[in-house]
Each structure stands twice: as C-alpha cells, then as structure tokens.
Design a protein around this ligand. Structure first.
Ligand code: RAM
Length: 361
C-alpha cells in the first residue's frame, strides 16, 4: 500500500468522527454535480466559483475531487452563470439552509457577501476563500487559500511585459469584472509598479473589462487594437481574458510576426490555463502566459475545511496545516500568514517549449 492510500484510510477514519451537518446534494440550476456520488453520513463541502463554465474553476474542482476521494466528504460545485458581485449570495443562502460543513468560495466582491457569510459562519459553516479573497474584509471568512502572493503580482506582470516590449511604448490591461477582488488587487499592483523609473517609458493607456465572458473579452480586446493602433502589449490577468486577447491579435494578424503587425506587433501576456492557451503559445501568437495548478487550491482548501471541522486546525497567523503530497506536487506543512491567508507558491511560466508538458497534466 502506498503512503498516500495509508494516509487516506487514516484520514477517512478520523473524518467519520465529524457530525454530519446535512447531506442533500446542491440542486440549483448552476449545480455541476461534479463531486462523487453523495456518501451518506459524511460531511459536505460546497465550492462556489466566480462563475460556472470557466475552465480555470473546472480545473480547480479536480483538487476537491481528489481530496474527497481521500477524506470521504461529499463534494459539489454550484454557482452563478455570470461573475457578478451579488450573484453568489443566493447560493450561499441555499447552503446555509442545507447545512453544508464548509463553503469554499472564489469571491466576486470584497464586501457584497459579508452579511451572508456572517450568517453562514454563525451556523458553524466553515468559510474558505480561494482564488479571490475578501480583501480588507477578511474577518468574514475563516481562511483564504491563494495560489501566489498577491502583493507581488503587479510588479511581476509589469516586469514581464516590460522585458517583452523593451521597456518602451503603450500597453493596456484587460481584466475580468470591475469588482473582482483578485483582479483589482493585481491592477492596483501594476499601477503602482509602473511608477518605478525603470518603466518611465512605458505607458498604460487603458484598463478594460471582459467580465470573464468569452465574447466580451474578445470584443474588448478588438476595441483596444482599434483604439490604440500603436499598442505594443496587453496584460490580461484572467484566463478567459487572455484567451480572448489571443484570439483578437490572431484574427487581426497583429501578433508578433503577424501579417499586419507594425514593428514588433502586439504581445499578449497574462494568466492562462496551459491547455486552453496551448495552440496560441505553440503557434507564436502569444509569447508566454503564467499560472499555477488551480487544483492545488481546491485540494488544500478541502484539507483545511476538514481539519477545521474536526477541530484539529484553527487558522491563525503562524499556524500550519499538513497537506499530503499530490501525485505531481510536493505539499507538506503549509503556513498561514497575515489576515489568515495561506499562500501556496508562485506562478509558473508556460511557453512554446514547455506548454505540452503542463497541458497534459
Ligand atoms: C479567471 C478568473 C480568476 C483568476 C484567473 C487567473 O479565470 O478571473 O479569478 O484567478 O482567471
């Protein structure tokens, strides 16, 4: 028996000690039914992404599913079709009624959910944010599990764009929704970063929003190309957005080396899912994108939720939680920091040379 399966059995036994708080599967319109079949007598973790049908969050579900197999909880995903600030409230309320053990949520707003999350916490439901935190309102959840250090993301993206455009010329940002906590934190970081004299010749000419919708992202990217014919780059720190930008520069032929490119052309970079960006990277339409394995957030959030429900883990600055290794990733002790944020790691670069390896994961 492998180390992992021994661990899984031990954890399953321990988890059985948790009082079941309700076992009805989520049955709302948006429910994906992505978990294992309901396990009677076990606890329930519900994942509420920003929006359903987003490949990024679908990748995250794999981490919950893996943890569900190891720990034996019932897992389901439910959420709104569109990423709007208040769109997640009714889904949280439903879970308060049903009595989920834990709600894991990628917040669409820093404050619109506060009251509803407080109601859930008052019922003993553990609240964990992933991907997008309640920035400035962290007390309304128990823990935030974030892929990377949000404080350095702005510097990182500006330096990446700068190096590609020779630290000179016009660039734009294409984001997701205007309220997205993670996006806004990163945009603020980028706006602060360009004040560094190193970037004095770079000009941020526009910030536009594709709302994490395919068509709107494409249309907004096309509008940027029309409005700024001398644009040298677009940073899209959203997986839906960066894909829309890739399609726009491809269709317009203005990517580096494209038939309508002026000078070095328009370089698109951002945060992208390897599989979704694979062809654009391999064809040289997009030079590079960055991301992390979204599944890790689901996996760690699941373990944190279960250990919290067991009374074995209390999130606090300096507290640690041990996470078993994933088949491809070493985990181990993860430390909680300020505002109860657990940062997993750093973004990985996907490019022409390595994307096949990551897209196959
Ligand atoms: C989109 C969402 C999500 C973000 C990723 C990188 O899918 O906006 O919140 O973290 O991109």
């Amino acid at each position: 028996m492998t180390r992992k399966s021994i661990f899984a059995l031990a954890a399953l036994a321990a988890f059985g000690a948790i009082a079941p708080l309700g076992c009805k599967p989520a049955g709302k319109d948006g429910a994906s039914g992505s978990g294992d079949a309901p396990k009677s007598g076990s606890s329930r973790i519900v994942f509420i992404p920003k929006n359903m049908g987003n490949p990024y969050f679908e990748a995250m579900e794999k981490g919950f599913q893996q943890a569900s197999k190891e720990l034996g909880f019932e897992f389901s995903t439910t959420g709104p079709a569109v990423a709007e600030p208040t769109a997640q409230i009714s889904y949280i309320k439903d879970e308060i009624q049903r009595g989920a053990t834990a709600i894991v949520i990628a917040a669409n707003s820093v404050d619109a959910l506060n009251g509803t999350l407080d109601e859930a916490k008052a019922k003993g439901i553990k609240i964990i944010t992933v991907d997008s935190d309640l920035t400035g309102n962290e007390s309304h959840r128990d823990l935030g599990v974030l892929a990377c250090d949000f404080d350095t993301m702005g510097d990182f993206l500006i330096e990446q764009m700068g190096a590609i455009m020779n630290y000179e010329g016009k660039f734009a940002i294409l984001s997701a929704t205007t309220d997205a906590p993670n996006q806004n934190k990163w945009i603020k970081g980028m706006q602060a970063a360009i004040k560094n004299p190193k970037y004095a010749k770079m000009q941020l000419v526009d910030v536009v929003y594709g709302d994490d919708k395919d068509q709107k992202s494409l249309t907004e990217a096309e509008a940027l190309l029309t409005k700024h014919p001398d644009l040298k780059g677009i940073i899209a720190p959203t997986t839906v957005g960066v894909y829309g930008c890739a399609k726009a520069v491809e269709q317009a032929g203005v990517y580096p080396g494209g038939k309508n490119a002026k000078g070095a052309g328009v370089s698109v970079i951002g945060l992208g899912v390897a599989k979704q960006m694979q062809r654009h990277l391999k064809d040289g339409i997009v030079p590079k994108v960055f991301l992390w394995d979204p599944a890790e957030q689901g996996y760690i959030a699941s373990y944190a939720a279960v250990r919290m429900a067991e009374g074995k883990f209390t999130p606090a600055d300096g507290a640690t939680i041990n996470i078993p290794d994933l088949p491809l990733t070493k985990m181990g002790d993860k430390k909680v920091g300020k505002n109860n944020v657990l940062i997993i790691g750093e973004p990985v670069e996907y490019n022409k040379e390595n994307v096949d390896k990551y897209a196959g994961e």
